[in-house]
Design a protein around this ligand. Structure first.
Ligand SMILES: Cc1cc2nc3c(=O)[nH]c(=O)nc-3n(C[C@H](O)[C@H](O)[C@H](O)COP(=O)(O)OP(=O)(O)OC[C@H]3O[C@@H](n4cnc5c(N)ncnc54)[C@H](O)[C@@H]3O)c2cc1C
Length: 404
């Protein structure tokens, strides 16, 4: 076996899960993370059935469930009338998966769990404050430049995985286009300690569609397990960060969505650019792209990190087989051939449709959307089919069929 480590740029959840999946096969890995510590800003939490199955295989499932919140349902509301449009229940998938629910587990917890597991394996290193700044490759290896507080050094490895997020240095260094578009508006997440389930009982994942001001309401367990609610909404193009983060503006935004007596206690305000982009290729020679470095999407449906974890599992499986000599190097082509179209078919298409449905302005189209959702929810076969797709079980099965 190749004694050189596999190099990973980026110690976000995808880089760390990839490292864990490789390390558990006995392979040596060196992860380089530019920042001093794990980024704990509020981003992914919703973890779907197909991903939960993979996290089970990686020995993480018990802790993900214990430190997250299990939620079998999600609901779509018409915010302008206050009417429930449809309720979906992953319980209908009880014969399709061991995990017929979503788990709301914040992504920084998942990254921390992976690091914790990696400590038991001496062949793998996770290095913080180490930024990958350049790369080169030959037919039998890769070399990267890493900038640290003590200077820049060169590191050699067998392969390089760029898991360095949407602005990926690895992707840019390879000259790979990030095809797609950026939404003009930004999304704002406000995190509050107020228990929104007092207003929306029985379900901790709620989508409130509205032609002017839609929002999504999610509960996460928080670091202390006491529970926090995230309120995700869109912003207007002319609004600056200072205006959006202003305490009065935040309070009136929350009161508009969920009126209540007394002020809200707000613990975070975060503003995100939102994109729909897919790299023109997920592989160039010995260098691969995974997670947000390869594809980005809007967060409605909670699919981006889920798909990134599927990348991690897929890529580590292929690399393991090649490095152990069980398969020829050309099976690595499958990574790009499979993952790229799957991302477009399952992640890009669904998240674009979800956003359109949330913000639809045309009354006739809104009514049609709602009618369709209600019809799907009321028909068990259609309900199951809809959830197989939105939980990424369909995407995982389509990929598994290639290897069958
Ligand atoms: C508001 C919001 C809500 C979301 N909700 C969900 C959800 O519920 N479910 C879901 O599946 N997805 C969700 N997503 C998407 C999810 O957050 C991302 O898909 C996920 O962060 C991707 O993980 P990653 O490891 O690929 O990239 P990142 O999390 O961006 O991590 C990349 C890491 O690489 C490091 N890095 C960057 N450049 C370098 C370099 N040159 N050298 C070394 N290190 C480098 C960065 O510091 C960072 O730590 C959401 C996103 C947003 C914005």
């Amino acid at each position: 076996m190749d004694a050189r480590p596999i190099l990973i740029a980026g110690g976000g959840p995808v880089g760390l899960i990839t490292a864990l999946a490789l390390t558990r096969q006995g392979l040596g890995v060196h992860v380089f993370e530019a920042e001093r510590r794990i980024n704990d800003s509020p981003r992914a939490a919703t973890t779907h059935a197909a991903t939960l199955e993979m996290l089970d295989d990686l020995g993480l499932i018990d802790e993900v469930i214990r430190r997250g919140l299990v939620e079998p349902r999600f609901r779509t509301w018409d915010r302008s009338t206050g009417k429930l449009v449809a309720e979906f229940d992953f319980g209908i998938l009880k014969n399709d998966t061991r995990y017929p629910f979503a788990v709301q587990c914040e992504q920084h917890k998942l990254a921390g769990m992976a690091i914790e597991r990696l400590r038991a394996f001496p062949q793998t290193t996770v290095e913080f404050s180490a930024r990958v700044t350049a790369l080169s490759q030959s037919c039998d290896g890769v070399e990267i430049e890493v900038a640290t507080a003590s200077g820049t050094r060169a590191v050699k490895g067998s392969y390089l995985i760029g898991a360095d997020g949407g602005r990926s240095t690895v992707r840019k260094s390879l000259g790979i286009d990030f095809e797609g578009y950026t939404h003009p508006e930004r999304f704002l997440i406000i995190t509050t300690t107020f228990d929104i389930s007092s207003k929306f009982p029985g379900c901790t994942r709620n989508y409130l569609s509205d032609p002017e001001d839609w929002c999504a309401l999610f509960k996460v367990s928080g670091d202390d397990g006491k529970g926090l609610w995230r309120v995700l909404s869109s912003t207007r193009l002319e609004q600056t960060e200072a205006e959006l983060f202003d305490s009065e503006a935040v309070e009136s935004r929350l009161q508009k969505f969920i009126p209540k007596a007394g002020p809200y206690k707000v613990v975070h305000r975060n503003l995100y650019n939102v994109h729909q982009r897919v790299a023109a290729s997920f592989r160039q020679g010995r260098v691969f792209l995974a997670g947000d470095a390869a594809h980005v999407n809007n967060p409605l449906g909670g699919l981006g990190l889920n798909f990134g974890i599927h990348d991690a599992v897929e890529l580590s499986g292929l690399l393991g087989r090649v490095i152990r000599g069980e398969a020829a190097g050309d099976i690595l082509d499958l990574y790009d051939r499979q993952r790229r179209p799957l991302n477009i078919e399952f992640v890009q298409q669904q998240t674009i449709a979800n956003k359109k449905r949330m913000e639809e302005k045309d009354p006739a189209a809104r009514a049609k959307n709602f009618e369709q959702l209600a019809t799907i929810a009321a028909d068990p076969a259609a309900h199951r089919a809809y959830l197989l797709r939105s939980s990424l079980l369909d995407s995982a099965r389509k990929r598994a069929a290639v290897f069958a």
